[in-house]
Write a protein that binds this ligand. Structure first.
Ligand code: HEM
Length: 198
């Protein structure tokens, strides 16, 4: 959180704004949100660990799927195909080392650019994180949803001092019953406390 807070403070300062007691509300623009590679990485990493959609496809013609391990899988016209990227990509330890840990910098390079180089068996992987699905039915509202998440985090960090109530508690497990249905929920709450800065 400290890294994101540092980035939020920098972007706010560069915009010439500050939080003042009784002062005007922060004017948060899309341009400001675009200058936040750390926050982008944090959102991507959060979705990597929590987005578990099942992608269903209808097979319109007989075809062969070539798997990463060299296997070939025949699918027939009329079949239904269910893909579960959470298991096969998002938590593959070869693509994402230490896959069940949250690493805020997993998706950005030291020069601040977005990290897109991920490998499996020595080959660059095209799809390394698929919270939004892929292809023609890829979530059409992903830019909106991504910006909403970024706005919420930005404004929470600008207006409030936030800390975990019990910082040494383990991160709760997720509810296995929801796997396959969008975003995973934690089994328990993680209480936090906050104080307005204004
Ligand atoms: C974090 C938030 C969200 C996530 C992780 C998410 C994820 C997804 C996924 C995985 C799919 C299926 C993609 C596929 O089959 O390849 C999808 C489809 C879709 N999503 Fe989202 N979504 C999110 C937010 C939203 C929001 C806010 C809206 C609307 C305002 C939305 C509207 C849609 C629609 C209409 C489709 C169907 C697209 C189609 O079948 O052509 N999503 N979304």
């Amino acid at each position: 959180m400290a890294a994101v807070k540092g980035e939020v403070d920098k972007v706010l300062k560069e915009s010439g704004q500050e939080v003042l007691h009784g002062g005007p509300l922060i004017d948060l623009t899309c341009e400001m949100l675009k200058k936040m590679p750390i926050l982008d990485s944090v959102v991507d990493e959060t979705l990597r660990l929590t987005a578990t959609p099942t992608l269903i496809r209808a097979v319109n013609q007989d075809m062969t799927l070539n798997m990463a391990d060299g296997c070939k899988c025949l699918v027939r016209k009329g079949d239904r195909l269910a893909l579960f990227p959470y298991m096969v990509l998002q938590t593959d330890p070869e693509i994402h080392p230490d896959p069940h840990s949250f690493k805020y910098d997993r998706f950005f390079n030291p020069d601040g650019s977005k990290k897109t180089d991920f490998y499996k068996a020595g080959k660059k992987v095209k799809y390394y994180n698929m919270p939004w699905g892929a292809g023609v039915s890829m979530c059409p509202e992903r830019f909106f949803a991504n910006n909403e998440l970024k706005q919420l985090i930005f404004l929470m960090l600008v207006y409030y001092e936030i800390e975990l109530k019990n910082p040494h508690d383990e991160v709760p497990d997720t509810d296995l019953n929801r796997k396959g249905f969008g975003i995973n929920h934690p089994l328990e709450d993680m209480p936090f406390q906050y104080r307005p800065r204004f």
